[in-house]
Design a binder for this molecule. Structure first.
Ligand SMILES: NC(=O)c1ccc[n+]([C@@H]2O[C@H](COP(=O)([O-])OP(=O)(O)OC[C@H]3O[C@@H](n4cnc5c(N)ncnc54)[C@H](O)[C@@H]3O)[C@@H](O)[C@H]2O)c1
Length: 272
């Protein structure tokens, strides 16, 4: 049976591990080729270990094992020129992009907060998303093939959660901010048949939250622990649950869905 994304090319940021890797694999299973970008380096204000070049290499081998092509580049979404170069090189190798997943993000949450967290999280989680869409937009419009863009927000993009630290406040502000970007882009790009939506995951089983620093942070504030509880009896969901929601949004099944904030949150947001 033909895949749902046969002949498509997807540009995915934060693709070295976690949800980004899962999206690359899930879309490749449906026939898409992948342009994968990740910083593969540490950012000082982030308390947990970020991705490595080996993580990105693992994404490459898992996509290639599906007989799909992948162009992987180490680049920082904060660096527009580097991101543009990565995108252009990927298009030169794989062809025009139909799907953009602005997934890269950081969560600088710690018990010893520093003021710089605020700017770092805004730079990556908000400006980085803006950069991601901006580098892809002109060629998608020019190509005239339509397309689909999905921005990964969070339940913290719909609710006032995230705590009281510079990183927590910045995370919530940035994740709300990308909803504004999404709504503007959805309006501007509709005439080009390019759809734009956000997904809002609850806690997902990835190295961003499954680490000692984050566990310490959550346990130190019982209100935060409570704020993280889902309605459905599941403490955390899997990366592939987000990938499947994204697959719906970028495939023909979602062809008239645009401008939407889609929670994939085990009932978290409705419970608030
Ligand atoms: N895990 C959760 O519970 C959860 C919940 C809601 C939303 N999210 C969001 O989901 C997205 C994916 O996160 P994840 O859970 O897979 O975590 P993760 O830390 O495993 O993956 C994020 C990836 O983004 C990359 N990245 C970070 N900064 C970058 C930059 N400046 N340039 C390029 N790449 C960069 C990291 O290196 C990493 O590989 C993020 O936007 C995150 O905020 C996560």
């Amino acid at each position: 049976m033909a895949g749902q994304l046969e002949g498509k090319v997807a540009f995915i940021t934060g693709a070295a591990r976690g949800q980004g890797r899962s999206h690359a694999i899930r879309l490749a299973q449906e026939g898409a080729d992948i342009i994968a970008v990740d910083i593969c380096k540490q950012i000082d204000t982030v308390g947990y270990q970020m991705s490595t070049p080996e993580d990105l290499a693992e994404t490459v081998s898992q996509v290639e094992a599906l007989d799909r092509r992948i162009h992987a580049v180490e680049a920082d979404v904060r660096d527009r020129a580097a991101l543009q170069a990565a995108f252009d090189a990927g298009v030169a190798e794989l062809g025009p992009v139909d799907i953009v997943l602005a997934n890269a993000g950081i969560a600088p949450l710690s018990l010893n907060p520093v003021p710089e967290e605020w700017q770092d999280v805004l730079d990556v989680n908000l400006t980085g998303v803006y950069n991601t869409v901006e580098v892809a937009k002109p060629s998608m419009i020019e190509g005239g093939r339509g397309g689909a863009i999905v921005i990964t927000s969070s339940t913290a993009g719909l609710n006032g959660i995230g705590g009281n630290t510079p990183g927590g406040l910045g995370y919530t502000a940035a994740k709300h901010g990308v909803v504004g970007l999404m709504r503007s882009y959805a309006n501007q790009l509709a005439e080009h048949s390019i759809r734009v939506n956000t997904v809002h995951p609850t806690g997902v089983d990835t190295p961003m939250v499954v680490n000692d620093v984050m566990q310490e942070f959550l346990e130190a504030d019982p209100q935060m622990g409570q704020a993280m509880a889902n309605a459905l009896p599941v403490p955390m969901i899997d990366a592939v649950d987000i990938s499947n929601a994204i697959l719906y949004l970028v495939s023909d099944a979602g062809r008239y869905v645009t401008g939407v904030t889609l929670p994939v949150d085990a009932g978290f947001t409705n419970k608030k």
